[in-house]
Design a protein around this ligand. Structure first.
Ligand SMILES: Cc1ncc(COP(=O)(O)O)c(C=O)c1O
Length: 394
């Protein structure tokens, strides 16, 4: 995970490409949570299990012998389920035998896409704050990143800055919507702006849509559905958030055959295949009624409101998210101007852990006073966190 902002020990063995990446702040906050008995609102995973149908299907798959290497592209029922999902939710027509690949989570999909599509010296355009694996994956591919900043309160971007970030070296645009850590759902007008630049400059788009079903307001629109984008977009998603099984690491890539084939070549030498018994279980999940997925979003919306309202009552500036697991806040009203100091103090002061959002930024000034809180936790944990935070009033 990117930790440009925090001091940490360097391994003399770490390649120069990965200098500046490491696990420091997340590891530090998790260790602090354990040491202080804190409520951990730092990490983005739910503390309840997903749908029983999905869990039981995994158990049944293990018991019925789905325990050896699955086919390289993925098990046929999951490939078909992903194709059906894309058609059903978004009207995207995909050939399950040629235009879909199952990966070890969205994380491997992003890594394999960068390794497959970028030449050394190419550039990748992305928005910040950005999910922490992006910087490292681009670096591992030997590429560089050009970053466009999303600004609160609505996390909008300057279209001129996006156009200016695209250079003759730009290979692709890496877009995350719905967006971690801001909870932004990119609007159609914003997507049209991105799409028109991709078409005009002949760029590939790689989209990370892992929060596609955790939307509370607005509508998730896959970039691939915009005119001219189907043929140049690799869409990535995964089961982790949709079915509350973040430890399973079953993801998928879909898009035009040449792009998917390129990613498949990289994946072949990363993990080759993954999750044989989990793949049919995720296929079963994708076959669940739409209402099951909407119920999860409804449940999370209530948690978002619970935590956002509580944090606002404490005096924090809250940027209520339209989607995802996370709410962003500005902590300056509490007498801090630095999220790292705030998050380091918080476990000792109150017994709560959050993440300083500056770790998701290249522009440290833009992220300095922002803190991310996860609300994908049981209501009791959220109530307890707010009770503990009550002492924070300035
Ligand atoms: C934006 C984003 N992409 C990808 C992932 C990881 O997905 P997976 O667990 O499927 O690798 C996460 C998890 O937090 C995320 O927030």
């Amino acid at each position: 995970m990117a930790t440009h902002s925090t001091e940490h020990r360097r391994s003399p063995y770490l390649s120069s490409r990965l200098q500046g990446f490491g696990t420091t702040i997340f590891a530090e906050m998790s260790a602090l949570a354990v040491a202080t008995g804190s409520v951990n609102l730092g990490q983005g995973f739910p503390d309840t299990d997903g749908p029983s149908e999905v869990l039981e299907a995994a158990g049944a798959a293990i018991r019925s012998g789905h325990n050896q290497y699955p086919p390289g592209r993925g098990v046929p029922e999951l490939l078909r389920a992903v194709a059906h999902h894309q058609a059903h939710w978004y009207g995207l027509d995909l050939d399950p035998d040629r235009e879909i690949l199952i990966t070890a989570g969205a994380t491997e999909a992003v890594a394999a896409a960068m390794l497959a599509l970028c030449e050394v010296g190419d550039e990748v355009v992305m928005f910040e704050p950005y999910y922490d694996s992006y910087g490292a994956c681009v670096a591992m591919a030997g590429a560089g990143r050009r970053v466009v900043t999303l600004r609160p309160p609505d996390w909008s971007f300057d279209p001129g800055a996006l156009a200016a970030a695209i250079t003759p070296r730009t290979r692709l645009v890496l877009l995350n919507t719905p967006h971690n850590p801001t909870g932004k759902v990119f609007g159609r007008d914003e997507l049209e702006c991105i799409a028109s630049l991709c078409v005009e400059r002949d760029l590939v788009a790689v989209t990370d849509e892992v929060y596609e079903h955790l939307v509370f307001e607005g509508e998730h629109v896959p970039l691939a559905t915009l005119p001219g984008m189907r043929e140049r977009t690799l869409s990535i998603s995964s089961a982790g958030k949709t079915f509350s099984v973040t430890g399973w690491k079953i993801g998928w890539v879909s898009g035009p055959e040449p792009l998917v084939d390129a990613v498949r070549t990289a994946k072949q030498f990363l993990t080759y295949v993954n999750g044989a018994p989990l793949q049919p279980a995720v296929a079963a999940g994708l076959g669940l009624a739409d209402g099951m997925l909407r119920a999860l979003a409804d449940d999370l919306r209530a948690k978002r409101d619970l935590l956002s309202d509580g944090l606002a009552t404490l005096g924090l500036e809250v940027f209520r998210p339209a989607a995802t697991y996370f709410v962003m806040t500005d902590i300056r009203a509490l007498g801090y101007d630095d999220g790292i100091s705030f998050c380091r103090d918080l476990p000792g002061r109150c017994g709560v852990v959050a993440i300083p959002a500056v770790v998701f930024y290249d522009d440290k000034a833009a992220g300095r006073s922002l803190v991310r809180w996860a609300f994908c936790k049981q209501d009791e944990a959220l109530h307890e966190a707010l009770r503990r935070l009550d002492g924070l009033h300035p």
